[in-house]
Design a protein around this ligand. Structure first.
Ligand SMILES: Cc1cc2nc3c(=O)[nH]c(=O)nc-3n(C[C@H](O)[C@H](O)[C@H](O)COP(=O)(O)OP(=O)(O)OC[C@H]3O[C@@H](n4cnc5c(N)ncnc54)[C@H](O)[C@@H]3O)c2cc1C
Length: 415
């Protein structure tokens, strides 16, 4: 069943046009080919299937470019289609309807986050050397922040250091969950760097440094198994890794801020992605209730199943409207930090519940590889700890709210 995307009367024509064009590609080119597009993951796949899948993906990418939808997160001069923040957010709920479709639109984590960082913090030389080939698909990248021995949810505790030695940075540290680590040509590594007040491990502020993966001392230990499957979320030991000082991104000490920038707008995009996936799970669930006979009647006639439909409808509407509200606030230049934390908690939880109910309705097929529901469920669960676990965001919400009340002002929910 195609995704039902109609114009939204309150939105500018341009956003409706982007949603319409995206839905056309998703419905015509991607959904009917989902089984063939990602063929290399399936059992018994032949070289011919793989070749066909490659050609199909290239063909769809060409159509995406022709429609002016390629790399929505980047400006035109760096190979993107230069969408505004809201245009991109609204596009995401449509393209995420089909799992994996984002890569056909040129937005793939962690490359997309790295592209944004290179755009904001990179020099023109760095942009030409790393950003442009990344967007053209000639290079791959990773973002290496989390460490096995320190708490990723408290980035101030990171231990990886970079010390100046002449015109080079010398990096030492142990990271893991660096997504895309084995495929990457370069990694953006979060390091504690020397500063004038003392040695890196005591006083150093965070700095992000570009490290080509073929630099001596970059030891990729393994892809950490995730949800029982091999993965490219890599464990990496950096041992006396030397890179030129000019590989530093932005000013010394700007690494923490750059990581926040990477995540701020990104959280809205992730949440709109989750909304798109929930939308698909909902369609699959409702369709199944209308065809599956159990105990003398269709599932759709059973109140347990009707409850799933109603609860999922509420979850999706609430998640979507909260995210749009947050996006509009950000777009208008308002302080949306509390709203960003709120959606980062609420949307993955809602997504988790919706995927869970859809799986329940589909029974065994729900956890099979024949449907996207199992992957959605795992993705939703993972989102609750990646990019800042729920608890960290709850602390932030409470802090922001309490600050208002301490200053003698209550919260304005209309704001
Ligand atoms: C699939 C996947 C891909 C990832 N990709 C990347 C990547 O590309 N690059 C990268 O650098 N990292 C990546 N990560 C790592 C991710 O960002 C971290 O896992 C996350 O930041 C949490 O850090 P941690 O695992 O060290 O958990 P910890 O910081 O050890 O936290 C563990 C738990 O403690 C709880 N907690 C934290 N603070 C508090 C508090 N104040 N009060 C109460 N409870 C608290 C939370 O429940 C939290 O989940 C990835 C993770 C996954 C699962």
């Amino acid at each position: 069943m195609p995704m039902n995307v109609q114009p939204i009367p309150t939105l500018p024509d341009r956003i409706n046009q982007i949603r319409h064009l995206t839905a056309e590609i998703v419905n015509r080119e991607i959904l009917p080919n989902e089984n063939r597009l990602w063929a290399w993951r399936r059992e018994g796949v032949t070289d011919g299937d793989r070749q066909q899948a490659r050609e199909l993906r290239a063909d769809i990418r060409a159509k995406v470019k022709q429609a002016g939808l390629w790399a929505p997160h980047l400006p035109e001069e760096y190979g993107g289609c230069g969408l505004s923040f809201l245009e991109h957010a609204y596009m995401n709920e449509v393209l995420a309807y089909s799992l994996g479709a984002a890569s056909l639109f040129g937005v793939v984590a962690p490359n997309s986050g790295n592209q944004k960082i290179l755009l904001k913090y990179g020099t023109e030389e760095q942009r030409q050397k790393w950003l442009v080939p990344l967007t053209e698909g000639k290079l791959e990248s990773g973002f290496s922040m989390t460490e096995p021995d320190t708490a990723g949810s408290d980035p101030r505790s990171l231990k990886t250091t970079a010390r100046r030695d002449g015109d080079q940075w010398v990096i030492n540290g142990h990271k893991w969950f660096t997504s895309n680590g084995k495929r990457a040509d370069f990694l953006i590594v979060m390091c504690r760097t020397d500063d004038p007040e003392g040695p890196a491990e005591q006083n150093g502020k965070m700095t992000q440094i570009i490290v080509p993966t073929n630099t001596p001392g970059v030891n990729i230990v393994r892809g950490v198994e995730v949800w029982g499957r091999t993965s490219d979320h890599s464990e990496i030991i950096y041992e006396d890794v030397r890179v030129p000082l000019e590989n530093q991104l932005g000013k010394t000490g700007s690494g923490h801020q750059a990581a926040q920038d990477r995540l701020g707008a990104g959280r809205v995009y992730h949440c709109m992605n989750s909304v798109g996936q929930m939308w698909r799970a909902f369609d699959l669930m409702v369709q199944r209730t209308m065809t599956r006979e159990v105990h003398g009647g269709l599932l759709a006639t059973k109140q347990f199943a009707q409850g799933f439909i109603a609860d999922s409808y509420i979850d999706i509407q609430a998640a979507r409207l909260m995210t749009i509200h947050c996006a509009e606030k950000m777009d208008g230049g308002g302080d949306a930090r509390t709203d960003i934390s709120a959606i980062k908690i609420f949307v993955p939880e809602a997504f988790h519940r919706v995927a869970d109910r859809a799986i329940q309705v589909w029974g065994a097929a729900g956890v099979s590889g024949d449907l996207p529901l199992a992957a959605m469920y795992q993705g939703a669960r993972t989102l609750r700890l990646a990019d800042g676990p729920d608890e960290v965001h709850k602390i932030l919400i409470a802090k922001n709210v309490l600050k208002h009340y301490r200053e003698g002002e209550s919260w304005d929910f209309g704001g």
